[in-house]
Design a protein around this ligand. Sequence first.
Ligand SMILES: Cc1cc2nc3c(=O)[nH]c(=O)nc-3n(C[C@H](O)[C@H](O)[C@H](O)COP(=O)(O)O)c2cc1C
Length: 194
Amino acid sequence: MKHLIVYAHPNADSFNHAILETTAAALKANGDEVVVRDLYALDFQPVLKPADTEAMKAGQTPEDIRVEQQHISEADTITFIFPIWWTGLPAILKGYVDRVFAYGFAYAYGAAGIDKLLTGKKGLIINTHGTPKEIYDQIGMTAGLKITSDIGIFDFTGIEPVEHLLFGGVPAIGEEALTDILRQVDERVRTVFA
Ligand SMILES: Cc1cc2nc3c(=O)[nH]c(=O)nc-3n(C[C@H](O)[C@H](O)[C@H](O)COP(=O)(O)O)c2cc1C
């Protein structure tokens, strides 16, 4: 199996980076191939510009978008790892979705509704956030975050959302709890795509 991880965090010493390393190692432990696209390291340009739209309409996909689309096409699974920023995706990842999950590549408007062009792939999302989990569960934010990404992005394009892990209170929960999160990530990732 071939796994694509799309990772969005600016700091290499962040907890999200530890989650990235744990996730990649767990997938590789199964003997699978793992490709990581670190959007900050790539300095990915996230703004969908008029020139992008014009080029894609003319069938000339800009090179940086084409490269990312190729990674998606070759992958059996797609994993997004990112911190929740302002109750959603960090701008660099939102922009990646805007530009790479493009019309005609990820979806199209068909006679019977939306054609889901990435059907057959499986999706996993791993998030951290600062607000305690209990509060986000209680106010409906956890459910909202799941709907907008799992359904709004993955299912919309045909990617089957198989798991969405959200870990709250991350800046304040302490070393022991963080280690336990990495243990949970390792345990879940090893079997999530089986
Ligand atoms: C720009 C920015 C926006 C944030 N927005 C939220 C938010 O909407 N909800 C929340 O619970 N935490 C928010 N946070 C906190 C981060 O989610 C939290 O610090 C991060 O998940 C911890 O992981 P890290 O140590 O890998 O950065 C925000 C942090 C930043 C820098």
